[in-house]
Design a protein around this ligand. Structure first.
Ligand code: ZN
Length: 168
């Protein structure tokens, strides 16, 4: 029966640990936190993550490695920009800029996070690629809860509270 497995329009709660296959470094984990809860089949997750746990039952654990095309995509060279340092003047009054710092730019289409990848007196190099773009990712996932989505959740395309009815 479909309602007992991860499938489209189900609300799935999972515990997961994501590692980089080349060195085993953990980049994200739900360990010590609430499980991650999402509506299956509504593009809330990176594509390969859902594909690989489709059909899993509560209590089932799966481990898989996704190539970047099934995770955060390839790195885009055009998404790296040099911005005049002048534009950061206001920010620099409050805190100093550092390589590796993550900031959010207000762009016409909405807020866009970026990472500072280099700094000179004149320019700030901003990388708008996702930090995990271009990487293969290994996940260990355990399904901890499954329920059917409410009508409201399905029409909104996201999960509400535990009973499917609250809204923030
Ligand atoms: Zn909603």
């Amino acid at each position: 029966m479909a309602e007992n497995t991860v499938s489209e329009n189900m609300v799935a709660s999972v515990h997961y640990t994501g590692t980089l296959p080349e060195n085993g470094e953990v980049f994200d984990s739900s360990e010590g936190r609430d499980p991650l809860t999402f509506l299956v089949g509504h593009k809330q997750m990176i594509p390969g993550f859902e594909d690989e746990i489709m059909g899993a039952k509560v209590g089932e654990r799966r481990e898989f490695t996704l190539t970047s095309d099934r995770a955060y995509g390839d790195r885009d060279k055009d998404a790296v920009m040099e911005i005049p340092r002048e534009q950061f003047k206001q920010l620099e009054e409050e805190s100093s800029l550092e390589v590796g710092m993550q900031l959010v730019a207000q762009m016409p289409h909405g807020p866009s996070p970026f990472t500072i990848t280099s700094l000179t007196d004149e320019t700030v190099t901003a990388d708008f690629n996702h930090a995990l773009a271009g990487q293969s990712l290994t996940f260990s996932v355990e399904v901890v809860e499954l329920r059917e989505a409410s009508e409201e959740e399905l029409s909104h395309g996201h999960v509400h509270g535990p009973d499917g009815h609250d809204h923030d």
